[in-house]
Design a protein around this ligand. Structure first.
Ligand SMILES: [Mn+2]
Length: 233
């Protein structure tokens, strides 16, 4: 079976609970639509678990992108004791903004890792792809963290800007593609429509699956074969 979840934001316990809830096995596949890190307390544990499973496929989120850039620089600093890695003003500004946006929790969880594990996780970020198109039970799905800008939806996917794909907020009232469901995280469903607070939004050719697990709301997961929804608190 094929499962999709998103915006785990360092909540490793919710992720483990969800894997139990769906009885996730080696025969199944799981796509995680980005923002694995930041805010929650266990970003590193979560990444380590994901990296050891060959049937879990990570898609890049805006938080993962910033974290991967900055962790690379921080780890160089820790290991080689060089200040050049962080000396650049724009990097320092980026670091300050990230720390305020949940990044400090990620730094704390990385501090507990061995240097080898740190390096392995920094390498693992390279496996995060900007989007994925899959077919399940004869239906097509475009999986992406943010979305596609409405005015650019006719541009081939491989020519889309990564910055758009990871940070766009689609118009959930409009169908983007005939015959393809757009599956997105990034925008909590409560923001799309308060009626869907803490629940998956499935309408107008959209599946929005960030139920707000990073903000104390449930983690949602959907099985694409039959659209069955699963939730853990
Ligand atoms: Mn996001």
């Amino acid at each position: 079976m094929t499962y999709v979840m998103s915006d785990l934001h360092g909540y490793y316990e919710k992720y483990k609970k969800m894997l139990d809830t769906i009885s996730f096995s080696d025969e199944d596949e799981l796509y995680i639509l980005g923002d694995v890190v930041d805010r929650g307390p266990q970003s590193a544990e979560l990444l380590l678990d994901m990296s050891m499973r060959s049937n879990v496929y990570p898609i890049l989120g805006n938080h993962d992108m910033i974290a991967s850039i900055l962790l690379k620089k921080l780890c160089v600093k820790i290991e080689e004791d060089t200040h050049t890695a962080l000396a650049d003003d724009s990097v320092l500004r980026m670091l300050a903004a990230w720390q305020l946006d949940g990044g400090q929790a990620t730094i704390e969880s990385f501090k507990k890792l061995s240097p080898d594990d740190r390096e392995a996780l920094i390498d693992y970020f390279e496996e995060f792809v900007p989007y994925e198109v899959i077919e399940v039970s004869g239906r097509k799905f475009l999986l992406v963290h943010g979305g596609i800008p409405l005015g650019k939806r006719h541009i081939p996917l491989e020519k889309q800007e990564t910055a758009d794909l990871i940070s766009e907020r689609p118009d959930y009232g409009l169908r983007y593609y005939e015959g393809i469901t757009l599956v997105t995280g990034h925008t909590p469903t409560a923001v799309i429509d308060p009626e869907y607070r803490g629940r998956i939004f499935h309408k107008n050719g959209h599946l929005a699956i960030d139920c707000g697990a990073g903000f104390g709301l449930p983690l949602g997961c959907i099985r694409l074969e039959d659209f069955r929804e699963f939730y853990v608190e």
